[in-house]
Design a protein around this ligand. Structure first.
Ligand code: PBG
Length: 327
């Protein structure tokens, strides 16, 4: 019997493979999460995230310039605050002269075209290390909403293009949208961490911000990794509340979830290749067990293939450089 069907014909040469490729990764798909710390000239390595540092504002701007020059259009900012600025209600998040608003202004001054995405959640500012108000061992959902809305307005006023609530409180997208609009920030977009799981893959990030919960865990607000059906509900709520992008987090262990969100919405979908995923690649590569460059591009391609339009990754600059070399 002669073989009529030979799928290998479509894999025969680089030219053919380029023609039939379904998913194309671009530098302009990427968002680079960055950590900012007080003090010009400061650069503090993060143990479990080789290649990623906490940066003073001047170095943050310099690194963002490097990323932008490589074609990375956006950064996502996380402030690493001194413990002395943290308290139970996270009041520093409302300070217009705080570290994050100053970082936003410096970035927008140097790079007006850079898309600046900011995190909305209490944990970087909270002495409890929770994303919402924590009282008597419980998260106080509704009292958290005005705080989140207030910090989103401060971030928008400083120049953030997109505010990204990562806190997982119920009703926060609507509260943030209303507060932004009231303050005249009708053009500031909301990237909702719509489906965010209670994941152990956030470990290195919590080291970076020293933001691990001091008591309890985040399972009463972040989703159970065993669940997929409630994705439909979270998507419907965030759409109705006015989200502009929907984000899935973590990334690679949740490809089925990325695909579900893609099918459930017409909004842009983002996926967050989180700190633990980055750490795994770096650690294996450090031991000579994996090729970091190729595994990074493969991971990001898989997220895009599953349906993500926007890719948050600590490897954004590495990926942009690799894509440029390939081109
Ligand atoms: C918290 C927040 C977390 C991340 C982004 N925002 C961690 C958490 O929920 O504890 C994780 C990002 C990463 O691991 O790369 N608001």
């Amino acid at each position: 019997m002669p073989l009529i069907q030979r799928p290998r014909r479509n894999r025969a040469t680089p030219g053919v493979r380029n023609l039939v490729r379904e998913t194309h990764l671009h530098a302009h798909d990427l968002v680079w999460p960055m950590f900012v710390v007080e003090g010009d000239g400061r650069r503090e390595p993060i143990g479990a995230m080789p290649g990623i540092d906490r940066l003073g504002i001047d170095l943050l701007v310099a690194e963002a310039e490097r990323a932008h020059a490589l074609g990375v259009p956006a950064v996502a900012l996380f402030p690493a605050l001194d413990d002395r600025l943290k308290n139970s209600t996270g009041t520093e998040s409302l300070n217009p002269e705080g570290l994050l608003p100053r970082a936003i202004r410096a970035l927008k001054r140097a790079l007006p075209d850079l898309v600046v995405i900011t995190d909305v959640a209490l944990d970087p500012y909270s002495s409890d290390g929770h994303d919402g108000l924590y009282r008597d061992g419980r998260i106080v959902n509704d009292e958290t909403l005005p705080l989140l809305a207030g910090m989103a307005v401060v971030q928008a006023a400083a120049g953030a293009d997109v505010v990204a609530p990562s806190d997982m409180m119920d009703g926060r997208v609507a509260a943030i949208r209303a507060a932004l609009d009231n303050a005249g920030h009708t053009d500031t977009a909301i990237c909702s961490y719509c489906v965010k799981y209670a994941s152990a893959f956030y470990g290195p990030f919590r080291e970076a911000l020293d933001s691990a919960p001091r008591a309890g865990d985040k399972k009463t607000y972040q989703m159970d990794p065993a669940n997929a059906r409630e994705v439909v509900r979270e998507v419907a709520l965030d759409e109705a509340e006015g989200a502009d992008w929907l984000l899935v987090k973590p990334g690679l262990p949740y490809l089925d979830i990325v695909q579900r969100v893609r099918q459930a919405t017409a909004l842009p979908v983002a996926a967050y290749h989180v700190s633990g995923e980055y750490a795994m690649l770096r650690a294996a590569a450090h031991n000579g067990w994996l090729d970091y460059d190729r595994c990074l591009l493969e991971s990001l391609t898989a997220l895009k293939r599953a349906g993500a339009d926007i890719l948050f990754t600590y490897g954004a600059v590495d990926a942009a450089r690799l894509l440029r070399q390939k081109a």
